[in-house]
Design a protein around this ligand. Structure first.
Ligand code: LCS
Length: 392
């Protein structure tokens, strides 16, 4: 973050840009696949790295670059890289940080496709992984094996909303020289900045709060220059999950309102979580800023606000009854994804986490009567009335 400006301001202005020839307020979309060299020698020099400048948009593009600089600034990191999806970012970082024979320590739960990716890495490339409760120092020490090459956590965890103590994980990881990767999707760069407490890499599914309008699939990774340059020149360049200039532009537009959107998502989600907690048809509510959340104090220390996601369980309901409840909703729409203006609800056991083996899913705490609500930007009274009528 700039020395004198607040994050809200940086989200809108970013770094000072060289002035565009036409003084365009918003960044131009450089919708081009390639860049013309003045000469064959210039092409050679750009490829060898002796001269800066753009080559080909899979490697880098000015609109994408502007997005990366903006995100690096607000995530308080040295360098950011944009990807064509959150999974593009997850897979690029994990393939860069591991080799055959290595092991990844994971938080107790991760997003379903991250689990799918880890499983594929294990089966095809012998990169092992295991899930752990990382809530105290001994447990973290126990999770680390001699071949552990990184610690990968989500906080809050999708969808159980458990919180990982990032300072504690960093402290133990540093004593073993192991990098810590944090999927910060649920918090967005506005509510939590893991790099500021010593984590090594932050990942976002930018599809969610950073975009904020349900119209783009994108990913971001942020970390130190050395590691990010390596990722850019290997996993991203050669596997090729690069972001398109137009999608980068949509994200730059989304970031301008990230602060006010997150404030409102958080304010309304807290109200709705409190009301759900008092409803007789609800068994349990998981929201980090509810005093009943087991890690309420930690959440308050680590996050600026609680964010827009609430997970809850319906009392005594089986899968069919839970699905019936979802089908009765009128305003809230049944869809995966999150962080949009529209409130969305999904059933983790049969949707986002359906790919997770049943035994593992139960260990993660995902049950058939659990739903995950992404509180949108509508009037909270309308969201509540919809939930209330469906819960009757
Ligand atoms: N990380 C987290 C925590 C996620 O929730 C997701 C997607 C990803 C990574 C992958 O990002 P993508 O490639 O989709 O941009 N989560 C989804 C969800 O909970 N519902 O639909 C997608």
């Amino acid at each position: 973050m700039g020395k004198h400006r607040k994050k809200d301001t940086e989200m809108i202005h970013g770094m000072k840009k060289e002035e565009d020839a036409y003084r365009s307020l918003t960044p131009p979309i450089y919708q081009t696949s390639t860049f013309v060299f003045d000469s064959a020698e210039q092409g050679q020099n750009r490829f060898s790295g002796d001269e800066g400048g753009y080559i080909y948009s899979r490697l880098s593009n000015p609109t994408v670059r502007e997005l990366e600089e903006r995100i690096a600034l607000i995530e308080e990191g040295e360098e950011a890289l944009a990807f064509s999806s959150g999974m593009g970012a997850v897979s690029a970082i994990l393939t860069t940080l591991t080799k055959t024979g290595d092991h990844i320590v994971c938080s107790k739960g991760v997003y379903g496709c991250t689990y799918g990716f880890l499983k594929m890495m294990k089966e095809k490339y012998r990169v092992d992984f295991s899930f752990h409760n990382l809530s105290n120092q001994e447990m973290i020490e126990e999770a680390i094996q001699p071949n552990t090459s990184c610690i990968y956590v989500e906080t809050p965890i999708n969808p159980t909303m458990e919180i990982i103590d990032l300072e504690l994980v960093v402290k133990v990881a540093k004593s073993h020289g192991i990098p810590v990767v944090v999927d910060n999707t649920f918090s967005s760069p506005y509510l939590q900045n893991p790099l500021s407490v010593g984590c090594d890499v932050v990942i976002h599914s930018a599809t969610k709060y950073i975009g904020g309008h349900g119209d783009v699939i994108a990913g971001i990774a942020v970390g130190n220059k050395k590691l990010m340059n390596l990722v850019a020149m290997t996993a991203r360049k050669d596997i090729g999950a690069s972001l398109s200039p137009f999608d980068a532009w949509l994200l730059l537009r989304g970031i301008k309102t990230l602060a006010i959107r997150m404030d409102r998502h958080s304010e309304h989600a807290l109200k709705i979580a409190e009301m759900l907690e008092r409803h007789p048809a609800v068994e349990e509510v998981y929201y980090p800023f509810l005093p009943s959340h087991p890690q309420y104090e930690l959440a308050k220390k680590q996050m600026r606000k609680g964010g827009g996601l609430i997970t809850f369980k319906l009392k005594g309901a089986d899968k069919e009854e839970t699905q019936k409840f979802m089908n009765r909703l009128k305003l809230i729409q049944i869809a995966v994804s999150l962080g949009d203006a529209e409130s969305l609800i999904q059933h983790p056991a049969t949707m986002t986490h359906a790919v997770v083996d049943e035994e593992e899913r139960i260990k993660m705490g995902i049950t058939d009567n659990m739903v995950r609500l992404s509180v949108g930007l509508e009037a909270w009274e309308d969201i509540w009335n919809d939930l209330d009528q469906a819960l009757q």
